[in-house]
Design a protein around this ligand. Sequence first.
Ligand code: PSU
Ligand code: MN
Length: 304
Amino acid sequence: MIPLHRSAEVTAAHKNGTPIVALESTIITHGMPYPQNLDVARQVEADIRAAGATPATIAVINGHLHIGLEDDQLSALAQAKGVAKLSRADMAACIATGRTGATTVAATMIAAHLAGIAVFATGGIGGVHKGAENTFDISADLLELAQTPVTVVAAGAKAILDVAKTLEVLETQGVPVITFGQDSFPAFWSSTSPLKSPLRMDDPVQIAAAHRVRAELGLPGGQLVANPIPAAAEIPAADLAPIIATAQKDASTHGITGKAVTPYLLQRIFELTEGRSLTANIALVRNNARLASKIAAALALNTA
Ligand code: PSU
Ligand code: MN
């Protein structure tokens, strides 16, 4: 099996059976600008430690699969240029050729599962893009949730996606979509959407129990936990709609396709909101890290 390079604190947490929360690295390299990306990555790790769990930021560095980064590695990754964006399709090639790549939700789930980590916190998952009936642009994140047993805590799906179609694909793929503490499915920058969440739970212990029961039933795949952005940090959907429309128009004018679509839209929305989208993004990722820590703690208790 391919060697896993665990950070010192992840190695210790494994030995002690204490909770671990995986974190992706694409959000650092492709989701936010430097230096805010590094500040946020450090802050989210600190939030997880403060909640009594251990953070494991995942990335491929010079062909090595890292489960948990030391601070110098995190800092280098946040500033590196030309880092590959790795989804399920890209991971093996990146490792085989000794390159450096940041893991998306899909690739982070694969690596976390290999490393025995069951809970993962991020900002938003990839989904079905608007216009997917023409472009077929559906994130591999959705199919990963159907096959890899990791519980992913996100703030719902971004309004740059077709959220209704995203929920349909998740349902078809048999992925439980559990919204934490409310009936409405959250829309990333906004705490609510017009869509009802398929499932709701109000207690992280129940979410951990559902994770375990899925495995006991012999069902493959994970769970998507949708955690609404804290109300104080949200951007109303009505404010964002015209901005998203502009960003999407710009993407098509510039011929942006494939893997470049999500990073382009995020960057454009950051510019058009004069940084407000990033402030909201930071608040929701931190909120997700805290909930993921509670779920990981509940799972660790039951498996100890
Ligand atoms: N959502 C964000 N920031 C991000 C991403 C999503 O708010 O950086 C990244 C995640 O890594 C996610 C990926 O897995 O984009 C989805 O990309 P695609 O749509 O190309 O599958
Ligand atoms: Mn895509």
